[in-house]
Write a protein that binds this ligand. Structure first.
Ligand code: IYR
Length: 228
C-alpha cells in the first residue's frame, strides 16, 4: 500500500513524484530548453497590439510558482493596461531617467550602456499593452497590523522575475527589465501599501513589426562556469 501522506514535526507532507526522463530524452530536452531561452532578447520596440488579460494572468501565475524564503511568496505583480496610468508611469519614469542620464550615472556606466542604444525616451511604457510592475514585500502585515519581516526577499523576487520573463517568452511575447530608479513613484501612482517596494518594471506585448536589438553575444559556457 502506498503512503498517502506523512506528518513531519506536526505538519502534513504529501507524496511528490517529479517527472524524470531517460538520459537521451533529458539531453534532448535540456538542449531544446536552452535554445528556446537563448532565443529571448530584451526588446525596446513594442507593438500596441492587444494581449488578452488571461495570458497575462497565466504569466503571473507562472511567476508565482517560484520558490521563496520560508515560502512567504513576498511578491505582488501589478498588471497595468489603463492608458492614463501608463502615461503617468511614463512621465515619472522619464523624469527619473533624465536625472540618471545627466547626473546620477557615471561616465563609465554611460560608456558601458552605449552599445544598447538606450536613452531617456521611454515611449514603450505607453505603447506596450501591459506593464507588469513587480513589488517586493519587505514584510508581511497580519490582521492585527503586526509586521513580520520576510526572508531572502531579493533572492525570492529575483527568481520569480526570471520565471516571469521566461513565461513571457514562452507566450511569444517580449519584454524588457526596466529599472527607472528610484522607483518609489510606482508605489504612489499604483497606491501600494508601505510594505511593498517597487522591484522591476516590465513592459509586455508583441514586438514591433520592425524590431532591432543590439548586436551583442552571450558569454560562453566556459566563461560562466567552473566544474569541480
Ligand atoms: N535605467 C536606464 C539606464 C539603464 C541601465 C542599465 I544597468 C541598463 O542595462 C539599461 C538601461 C534606462 O532604462 O535607460
Amino acid at each position: 500500500m502506498s503512503v498517502k501522506e506523512q506528518i513531519i514535526k506536526g505538519f502534513r507532507h504529501v507524496p511528490y513524484k517529479p517527472q524524470s526522463y531517460s538520459s537521451e530524452e533529458m539531453l534532448k530536452r535540456s538542449e531544446q530548453y536552452y535554445r528556446f531561452l537563448d532565443s529571448r532578447r530584451s526588446v525596446r520596440h513594442f507593438s500596441d497590439k492587444d494581449v488578452p488579460v488571461e495570458v497575462i494572468e497565466n504569466i503571473i501565475k507562472t511567476a508565482g510558482t517560484a520558490p521563496s524564503g520560508a515560502h512567504k511568496q513576498p511578491w505582488k505583480f501589478c498588471a497595468v493596461s489603463d492608458p492614463a496610468l501608463k502615461s503617468r508611469i511614463r512621465k515619472a519614469a522619464e523624469e527619473e531617467e533624465k536625472e540618471n542620464y545627466t547626473a546620477r550615472m557615471s561616465e563609465r556606466w554611460l560608456k558601458d550602456l552605449a552599445p544598447l542604444g538606450t536613452d531617456t525616451n521611454k515611449e514603450f511604457l505607453e505603447i506596450a499593452p501591459w506593464l507588469i510592475v513587480v513589488f517586493k514585500e519587505a514584510y508581511e502585515l497580519n490582521e492585527k497590523g503586526e509586521r513580520h519581516t520576510n526572508y531572502y526577499v531579493n533572492e525570492s523576487v529575483g527568481i520569480a522575475c526570471g520565471m516571469l520573463i521566461s513565461a513571457i517568452h514562452n507566450a511569444g511575447l517580449v519584454t524588457l527589465t526596466h529599472t527607472p530608479s528610484p522607483m518609489n513613484f510606482l508605489s504612489d501612482i499604483l497606491n501600494r501599501p508601505n510594505n511593498e517596494r517597487a522591484y522591476l518594471l516590465l513592459p509586455v506585448g508583441y514586438a514591433a513589426t520592425e524590431t532591432f536589438v543590439p548586436h551583442i553575444s552571450r558569454k560562453e559556457l566556459k566563461e560562466i562556469s567552473e566544474f569541480y
